[in-house]
Every structure is written in structure tokens, then in C-alpha cells.
Design a binder for this molecule. Structure first.
Ligand SMILES: [Zn+2]
Ligand SMILES: [Zn+2]
Length: 316
């Protein structure tokens, strides 16, 4: 009966979700029962996963190896590394996963143009040259140019921080807004990263200096070109009404989207229920993850330990 703990049945689903995002869940595998829902069909084999995380290859705090170590300590069985616009951390993560006996899914998170925070996750992507790696190179150029606009924008607002400091903190390939936010906290311009975003880096005015992004169809096609599976990330962040969101999901599904990230720490119970209904209606898989960046970047987000059916991602 060793496997019974992974079979989805019994237990209260809401409790399961509450616990799923609490620390140390995976240490007690009994909590990983989920009852039959739209999410996991009864009798499906579920694994303990977090399918949305970031490393220093983009704007996370931990290196890919450190992240894999944390996931292993957390008791996860599958970790997807989904850095923004780069596959740069994937080989290191995969090697660390091999060494520690943790399945690492090679992932990515792309930002699409149509809506603010329309993000497309890719899973099982190859790092060999493809339309995806070309897109990543274009995105890198876009970010490299954007960093100067962001620093000018902040200076205009009276926030006096230096780009050199931000670059030093970023270290890796990708310079993202969280890096600017952290330096703003460090220098005392704001109390938290969230405040940096709310007051400066995620305002309507900020959008005027945003980089050029591909449209969602191009994101999905790029992920498919690299042999990956595309999922819509954190739908709530687009702040769309139900109708327009459904229209969007329908269009994305037509372009090859395979899943919706229904399980996400900031989704309310109603939002999650709606996303689960959408997934069912359009024949999409259910994914979930924490969007873990490390406590220094997102202090309130811990690694998730979700019980999900991921056979379709593991190719088994
Ligand atoms: Zn995102
Ligand atoms: Zn993310």
C-alpha cells in the first residue's frame, strides 16, 4: 500500500489546498490525498510537485542547484524550474536533480503582449536551438534595453538607485523588476518589494516603458517548437472578467495551450473553481505551483507541495 498515499481520493479538498501551501506538508505524505475533483480523477497517480519556480538564472534568489536542494528537502518528487525568458538554468537544475534523485522538469515562463501579466509556462522544453531559444535571445535584448528605461523612470520619480547595484544583485542573464525592487528596499525607498511594484514598477505609467513582448500565440508556438507543453500561468493576475478570460483560454487552447495553472497561492477559492471549470470545459490539464522566487524576493511565498497528476508531462 506504499503507493496509496499518492492516489487521489478522500480528504477534504479545501483543507488539502490550505495545507498544500503550508510549509512542511510533504513531510507528512498522508496529507497528499486529494479527493476526486475536476483536478485529479479518482484513481490517478499523483505526485508531489511544484511546477512554477524561479532561480538566479532569472529573478530568483537561489541558484538552480540550491533550488533543487530546497525542493528535495521539502519532499517534492517533481520540480519544474520556470525562469523568465531563459533556459539558462535548466541544465544545472537537471544535473542537481539527477544527483539528488529529484525529477526536474525543464520549464520556462514567457511574458506575452496582450495583457499585463499574461504569462505562458512551458514544460519539458529542450535547450537545443529552436524558435524558443531565439525568442529568449530577443527577450534578453529587450530586457537589456529596458533596464536603462527603468532606471531613468525611477530617477524621474526621485528614486535614486544605481543600475550597477541592480546588475550586481541580478548576477545572471536576466535583469527583472524584482531586482530593482530589492535594491529599492535595501536603500530604504520602499518598505517591501510589493510596495515597489504597487507604487512604481507595476503602475499604468510604468507600462509606457515596458519592453516589446511576443503575443501569446508566438509564446505557445515557441514552447511547442522546443518540444514543450504550454500552460497558462496564474490567470488571476490579468484581472480579467470571467467572460473575456474564457474567450482568451479558448483562443489559447486553439493555438496549442494544454493546461491552466489553476492551483496558485493567490487564487481565491472562487477563482480556482472557475479555472478548474475552464480547464474541464476546454479539455485542458490542471497545473499548479508557488511561483517561488526565494524569501528575499517574495517573502510570503514558500515552495508548494501539490498533489497533481503529471504523467502527461513526464511522458509516461
Ligand atoms: Zn508570472
Ligand atoms: Zn513566475
Amino acid at each position: 500500500m506504499a503507493d496509496a498515499g499518492f492516489i487521489a481520493r478522500s480528504a477534504d479538498w479545501k483543507m488539502f489546498l490550505k495545507d498544500a501551501f503550508a510549509p512542511n506538508l510533504a513531510k507528512d505524505r498522508k496529507l497528499c490525498y486529494g479527493r476526486s475533483t475536476n483536478n485529479v480523477e479518482k484513481g490517478k497517480y499523483i505526485m508531489i510537485v511544484d511546477l512554477h519556480t524561479h532561480s538566479t538564472a532569472s529573478d530568483g534568489q537561489y541558484t538552480p542547484s540550491e533550488l533543487v536542494r530546497l525542493a528535495k528537502d521539502r519532499g517534492l518528487e517533481v520540480l519544474a524550474l520556470t525562469d523568465h525568458d531563459t533556459v539558462g538554468g535548466l541544465e544545472e537544475a537537471a544535473q542537481a536533480g539527477d544527483a539528488l534523485g529529484l525529477r526536474v522538469l525543464r520549464g520556462i515562463e514567457l511574458s506575452a503582449r496582450e495583457y499585463r501579466s499574461l504569462h505562458v509556462l512551458g514544460y519539458g522544453v529542450s535547450t537545443a536551438p529552436s524558435a524558443l531559444t531565439r525568442l529568449c535571445a530577443e527577450m534578453k535584448d529587450g530586457r537589456d534595453q529596458r533596464k536603462y528605461r527603468i532606471i531613468d523612470f525611477l530617477h524621474e520619480k526621485g528614486v535614486d538607485i544605481s543600475l550597477a547595484e541592480v546588475e550586481e544583485l541580478a548576477g545572471g542573464d536576466v535583469i527583472g523588476r524584482p531586482h530593482f525592487a530589492q535594491i529599492m528596499v535595501r536603500r530604504g525607498w520602499v518598505e517591501s518589494s510589493r510596495e515597489a511594484f504597487d507604487r512604481y514598477l507595476d503602475t499604468d505609467e510604468y507600462q509606457s516603458i515596458e519592453r516589446k513582448k511576443p503575443d501569446a500565440r508566438a509564446c505557445i508556438e515557441a514552447i511547442c517548437s522546443a518540444g514543450g507543453h504550454a500552460a497558462l500561468a496564474h490567470p488571476y493576475q490579468m484581472r480579467l472578467e470571467d467572460g473575456p478570460l474564457e474567450e482568451l483560454v479558448k483562443a489559447l487552447a486553439g493555438w496549442g495551450l494544454e493546461a491552466i495553472e489553476c492551483l496558485y497561492p493567490r487564487h481565491t477559492a472562487e477563482q480556482q473553481a472557475f479555472y478548474l471549470r475552464l480547464a474541464k470545459k476546454y479539455g485542458l490539464h490542471v497545473t499548479g505551483g508557488s511561483d517561488f522566487h526565494g524569501e528575499r524576493v517574495k517573502p510570503d511565498v514558500v515552495l508548494a507541495a501539490l498533489g497533481l497528476d503529471v504523467d502527461w508531462l513526464l511522458g509516461e
